[in-house]
Design a protein around this ligand. Structure first.
Ligand code: DX5
Ligand code: ZN
Length: 214
């Protein structure tokens, strides 16, 4: 299982210490949640902060953009050092073009999908992308409860991927802990995002290891 701790639940007054903790953990990616106050009802941080994070992180950056018009920022996200850029299917009128732009900029391409959006919206793009980010909460905030319908959706998504011959992996984001992570492992998720479970733990390294072992 690939693990991407979300920095959203970290101590922002001590970001360097938090990132160094992740550097020395078994995490595979560093998940960065960018929110614009329009696509979701919350605002986080932008390019200067992501650049500063990248300068300290030895993990590849998995940048999850919860913003409208993400196509405007492809080169800035690349210049921040992102390895993987994920945009929401709900935020892209010309999804195919955005995917091509991210690919041409030299990053891996992810498409995120909200809990209420049917996976059928991915049918015509699934062979062009590296990752589907299946939201298991309504995006906008850390610390929410896992939406159980995600499991049934994951089954349908894995079938869509297999039937299309796509190489896309599935990352699940929101409400993940040892219990929900265990269920997602059984349903063949490939990568888990965990924010509050990791950063609210008295021993974040152990929390990451517990997820990694699922
Ligand atoms: C939610 C973000 C998540 C969030 C997960 O909009 O996309 O990445 O940080 O936080 P937890 O793991 O606390 O649900
Ligand atoms: Zn996220």
């Amino acid at each position: 299982m690939l693990i991407a701790p979300s920095l959203l639940s970290a101590d922002f007054g001590n970001l360097q210490r938090e990132i160094e903790m992740l550097n020395s953990s078994e995490a595979d990616y560093l998940h960065i949640d960018v929110m614009d106050g329009v696509f979701v009802p919350n605002i986080t941080f932008g390019f200067p902060v992501i650049k500063a994070i990248n300068a300290i992180s030895t993990l590849p950056l998995d940048v999850h953009l919860m913003i409208v018009e993400p196509q405007k920022y492809v080169s800035q996200i690349r210049d921040c050092g992102a390895s993987l850029m994920t945009v929401h299917v709900e935020a892209c009128v010309h999804l195919y073009r955005v995917v091509q732009m991210i690919r041409q900029a030299g990053m891996k391409v992810g498409i995120a999908i909200n809990p209420g959006t049917p996976i059928e919206h991915l049918v015509d793009i699934i062979n062009e992308i590296d990752l589907v980010l299946l939201m298991s909460v309504n995006p906008g905030f850390g610390g929410q409860s896992f939406i159980k319908n995600t499991l049934a959706k994951l089954v349908r998504l894995k079938k869509l991927i297999a039937d299309s011959g796509s190489n896309a992996i599935v990352e699940v984001d929101g409400g993940i802990n040892a219990h929900t992570g265990g269920l997602l492992a059984q349903y063949e998720a490939d990568m888990l995002v965990a924010g509050s479970y990791v950063f609210n733990s008295p021993a974040p390294h152990h929390a990451i290891r517990a997820l990694k072992a699922l």
